[in-house]
Design a protein around this ligand. Sequence first.
Ligand code: HEC
Length: 109
Amino acid sequence: MKKAAGLVFVSMMIIFGCTRKAAPTIPDRPVEPVAGNKTDTADFNSSNPLVAGKAIFEIKCTKCHKAKNTADWTTDEWRPILNSMVKKAKLNELQVSQVTQYVNAHAKK
Ligand code: HEC
């Protein structure tokens, strides 16, 4: 009985020892940010409206279409577009202000 238990123990050692050695090392993969789920990133909460605005533009404004080129429209042309888009993107007042500042800073001159 004692012998059998010892044998089991030894076999376990061999099996688990080998398993551990044979186990492939899983590389640490960077966790990919999920689009639209970036609200907890530093950028999104940045106190710099241009940084926060860029994050909003790249995340919230790309849910329905690709990121538009801010330089395709002047600030005046952007105004009505943004008015309708911020509603589509369901932005709050602060986000509207941030994305507007970002867009205006990069609008056609
Ligand atoms: C709920 C979907 C949705 C969201 C969110 C959205 N858009 Fe749009 N957007 C559209 C649709 C639909 C159009 C018209 C088709 C197109 O141009 O792709 C459009 C068009 C545009 C255009 C082109 C306007 C023109 O006159 O050609 C711009 C610029 C734009 N969106 C910017 C934005 C910005 C900036 C945001 C974020 C604040 C945003 N969109 C968020 C749906 C959306």
